[in-house]
Design a protein around this ligand. Structure first.
Ligand code: F6P
Length: 360
């Protein structure tokens, strides 16, 4: 095995708190092992466009552990296999250019930090012979093979704080407050923040809801003297027999955008209960700010493990969290799938046992 001397690192997809902590861990541990790091900007753009990369030294990553965002920039519109271009073609396949650039830059391996989309791209490049290690990231926590992705804990913490704040104003006005949280195809954020924040109804994509059942539970609260209620809705939740609330459909390398279900639920609950209702979309606030200590730890462990794997020559894999260890998963076993909330998950069952309605 030829020793690895130079590696590239990139962040792709939507950002998540903890990306900088991974970059820092990779750069520090690689440099300490005599490996030079090249930071590639804006996901795979750093391997498509010239002058979109820079050497990263420990000096460059000092002080970034607690910063949200990513010092490398990111995009969820940069799949090199279907790269969006402004001509009638719409998209172009730049994958060969990426491979050429990888060799031209004298890189021996890549660390690809990203969500399901970015890891799927990484897998395709791995099949084309690029030695790489993936690091899973998403606040949605829906990547298969890892109990947690960094960013999720921070998002849940923020959403929980928001729900706490909604509680006091809901109680003061005897209103129903609806909070729409992120979670495109999985209800992890809604479930965790909903339970942690003491929500009365939690609506998730895994359980199509019946709004009249939700309304009945909230009316019941009124009857026993709780004149306010909190409803947490994942952006990907949808009514029984209905469909998701789309803001934009997927097109030419652009992912679909969800949103609006909170307002719909709010309106429907006002009609069904006769109570005053208000809704709020937490949106990208959940992705911003400093990572929690848990996410900093997880991101640091992922980064350290990624470098260890590169030194061992183990490629085509992803680092993962299987409490309390960092383990390895083959990319082919995780990409193209979504980790949804299982119906026998104890947190879901406990929430139901406590009287939380999921609209089913
Ligand atoms: O996948 C992470 C996520 O934050 C989803 O929860 C959300 O639907 C999506 O990204 C938003 O993407 P964008 O930043 O492109 O609006």
């Amino acid at each position: 095995m030829t020793p690895v001397k130079r590696i590239g690192i990139l962040t792709g997809g939507g950002d998540a708190p903890g990306l900088n902590a991974v970059i820092r861990a990779v750069v520090k541990s690689a440099t300490n092992s005599g490996i030079e790091c090249v930071g590639l900007e804006n996901g795979f753009d750093g391997l498509i466009e010239p002058n979109r990369s820079r050497i990263l030294t420990p000096r460059d990553v000092t002080g970034i552990l607690r910063l949200g965002g990513t010092i490398l920039g990111t995009t969820n519109r940069g799949n090199p296999f279907i790269y969006p271009i402004e001509t009638s073609e719409g998209t172009r396949d730049y994958s060969d250019r990426v491979i050429e650039m990888f060799h031209k830059m004298a890189l021996d391996a890549l660390v690809v930090i990203g969500g399901d989309g970015t890891l799927a791209i990484a897998h395709q490049f791995s099949l084309k012979g690029i030695p790489l290690v993936g690091v899973p990231k998403t606040i949605d926590n829906d990547i298969v093979g890892t109990t947690n992705c960094f960013g999720f804990d921070t998002a849940v913490d923020f959403a929980t704080d928001a729900i706490d704040r909604l509680h006091t104003t809901a109680e003061a006005h005897r209103r129903i407050m609806v909070a729409e949280v992120m979670g495109r195809y999985a209800g992890w954020i809604a479930l965790y923040a909903g339970v942690a924040g003491g929500a009365d109804a939690i609506l998730i994509p895994e359980i199509p809801f019946d709004i009249s059942l939700v309304a009945e539970r909230l009316r019941e609260r009124d009857r026993w003297g709780a004149h306010f209620s909190i409803v947490v809705v994942a952006e990907g939740a949808f009514p029984k027999g209905g469909s998701e609330s789309l803001l934009e459909t997927a097109h030419g390398g652009f992912a679909e955008r969800l949103g609006g279900i909170g307002a719909r639920v709010c309106e429907a609950l006002a009609k069904e209960t006769g109570k005053e209702t208000r809704s709020v979309v937490l949106g990208h606030l959940q992705r911003g700010g400093a990572p929690t200590s848990f996410d900093r730890m997880l991101a640091t462990r992922f980064g350290g493990k990624a470098v260890e794997l590169i030194k061992r020559g183990e490629f085509g894999v992803m680092v993962a969290f299987a409490p309390s260890n960092i383990v390895i998963r083959r990319l082919e076993d995780v990409v193209g799938k979504i980790k949804t909330v299982p119906m026998d998950f104890d947190l879901l069952l406990t929430a139901k046992a406590l009287g939380v309605t999921f609209g089913d």
